[in-house]
Design a protein around this ligand. Structure first.
Ligand code: RIB
Ligand code: CA
Length: 303
């Protein structure tokens, strides 16, 4: 952390999710960031499970960051979660308590932005439904209080992970992506083009499972859900960029999202009818991997 730079105040909108809890740990353990609040959304798991999971990892981090439940379903599409990818609880094999009853509050982000005295940087790690609701109700307020929106969603050239073209966050609520892109926020799309490279191997996860640190051992149980396959921790990259600006190579792209059903649903693509947006096209993997030592307590051995 450079002494001259004060911490960046951020709000994190998240759907924990195995990679989300790794990303929340990185944010909480980075003095360059001040996490002013966390909003939760359906996505990898239900809203109730995602909220429970956020609370579980913050307890292990011993960070009393407030958590505010948001949307429990997409704007228009049926709710689809990802138990095959994140397990029935949403955090793999990591032990968690029972689901608490949470009251959905789709405009939660708008309320938080209204309360925030200063503009904030908004980090989205799940479907963009909460941000879309905030923009639909109070677009001017959102524009005045969101200094920058950097989100893990989409894919420009990389193959999708949910259909041929889309990542899960864009696929889950493409109408929300459309609203966000058309809002003309300073949005940075950190998509599969770069996040797919952030893979932890089964051997690395097994090594982490031997840790005496309760947080690391818990995260390892979450990551172990992937078994012999590597686990791609997509969601750490937006945080990496905020901790170390220019970790990502960004390009301006006129971005639009496909709202059809089928293989192009949620496809974020370059289009003359799109909105000028920043898109991450490359990442300094050595620096990103080094940052993960803040979470895992040591420099992992990388192939
Ligand atoms: O496509 C990857 C994204 O979808 C990640 O944010 C992951 O947590 C899931 O939400
Ligand atoms: Ca996520």
């Amino acid at each position: 952390m450079t002494a001259s730079r004060p911490p960046v105040s951020i709000l994190i909108d998240t759907d924990p999710g195995i990679d989300d809890v790794v990303a929340l740990s990185l944010a909480a353990r980075s003095p360059e960031l001040h996490v002013a609040g966390i909003t939760t959304t359906y996505g990898n798991a239900t809203l109730a499970a995602a909220t429970r999971n956020a609370s579980a990892v913050l307890a292990l981090l011993e960070k009393p960051i407030p958590i505010y439940p948001g949307s429990d379903r997409p704007l228009e599409r049926p709710l689809v979660t990802a138990p095959d990818t994140h397990g029935p609880t949403g955090v793999g094999y990591a032990p968690v308590g029972g689901e608490e009853l949470v009251t959905p509050n789709p405009t939660v982000l708008l309320g938080l932005l209204e309360w925030s005295e200063q503009p904030v940087t908004l980090v989205t790690l799940g479907p963009l439904t909460n941000l879309a609701h905030a923009l639909s109700v109070g677009p001017d307020l959102v524009r005045s209080r969101v200094r920058r929106h950097i989100g893990m969603f989409g894919s420009l050239h990389e193959q999708g992970n949910t259909n041929r073209w889309a990542d899960f966050n864009a696929w889950a609520d493409p109408e929300a992506v459309d609203i966000v892109l058309r809002a003309g926020l300073p949005t940075v799309m950190v998509g599969l083009d770069v996040t797919r490279r952030m893979e932890l191997s089964a051997a690395q996860v097994e090594h982490l499972a031997t840790s005496s640190d309760p947080l690391i051992a818990w995260l390892a149980k979450a990551l172990r859900f992937y078994g012999r396959n590597g686990c791609v921790v997509h969601d750490v990259l937006p945080l990496g960029e905020l901790i170390e600006p220019d970790l990502l190579t960004l390009a301006q792209v006129s971005l639009a999202v496909n709202l059809e059903e089928g293989v192009h649903r949620g496809h974020t693509m370059e289009s003359p009818a799109g909105t000028p947006s920043q898109v991450a096209l490359d990442v300094d993997m050595a620096r990103m991997r080094a940052l993960l030592a803040r979470v895992f307590g040591e420099e992992l051995q990388w192939q």
